[in-house]
Design a protein around this ligand. Sequence first.
Ligand SMILES: *Cc1c(COP(=O)(O)O)cnc(C)c1O
Length: 404
Amino acid sequence: MEQPIAVTRQSFDDWMVPVYAPADFILVRGEGSQVWDQQGKSYIDFAGGIAVNALGHAHPVVTAALVEQAGKLWHLGNGYTNEPVLRLAKQLIDATFADKVFFCNSGAEANEAALKLARKRALDQGNSSKNQIVAFNNAFHGRTLFTVSAGGQPKYSKDFAPLPGGITHTPFNDLAAAAEVINDHTCAVIVEPIQGEGGVLPADPAFLQGLRELCDRHDAVLIFDEVQTGMGRTGELYAYTQYGVVPDVLTTAKALGCGFPIGAMLTTDELAKTLGVGTHGTTYGGNPLATAVAGAVFSIINTPEVLEGVKQRHQWFLDGLNKINQQYPIFSEIRGGGLLIGCQLTQDYAGKAKQITQLANEEGVIALIAGPDVVRFTPSLIIPEQDVKEGLARFARAVARICS
Ligand SMILES: *Cc1c(COP(=O)(O)O)cnc(C)c1O
């Protein structure tokens, strides 16, 4: 056998397009909520691959589903349907408001499909001037040109102009501002129930309720981007049920495949008709390998044990983080829902979120940031109590260092 190519962190700088600045170690193995690097050092994983690995690493049931399907059928192309994709569609439909599902490979693609659907729906109704999209400051919807333009962080889009037009941004949680711009020319409103990348900012229930009413009044499609909040992350399968506000289109990805790339757009029978044969598509979307994995993931997550367990784990994190904050007051607010938790740094520590996660790495725990001033935790939904305790103890040591 040929020797594998020797790789180090330096190889990244040598060979990779530098869009990322990864940590200075390379992880090679994971089990549950622990991962190990090339040197065998262990880390507790409080990031879960950015809210993706909702069942931790190497979950035996998910791995078995992958291996079983890998021995049968990987891919056909959309000229042929397959059993796993149909079963997954039924699981999603039975558990949500949706009647129809479109599968793709990422969150951005799911949102791209949603926005295209909204534009085409208005056009099909003979209303060619009903093409305006309303989105919110600080939102994140993905990195394709359309979705990065819908996102409300100009730093991610400004270098790629000319951008797709017809998108207006207003302040998140400001219903009056949204009401100013939503009118009969609006074809869609896209919103995250909790802004994830933007800083773990939950929507006010009245805000989402108000958007629902404005969309009804002006016949606009209400799109909930649940790419990060979905699949049990907040303690419900999807966050819209907690808010009691039902969207017309819901997008999901991240934890849907627990690490196997897959995304989906869920919608109603009426709206689904817009995307007739040949109007949209993707080569890999809904392939049997991805959907077999997601089907296994779904069966585990959509159970009272796992969803109730998220609420319990939320409390473990809150108790632990509050204790750390009593000893070293660096957080001005701890917010979010379920296992999407954001810790806002005080003025004294503004801009230091990245540095804190780097120290956390040194202490053997992996955490995320959500902007420069927020430390974010999105661990496995089934992380054991012992790992939460140990990870928070390690995190406390990192906090102690930044405070000294
Ligand atoms: C991560 C994320 C996306 C983009 O998903 P990709 O799979 O990276 O394309 C879109 N919306 C939200 C809310 C996200 O958190």
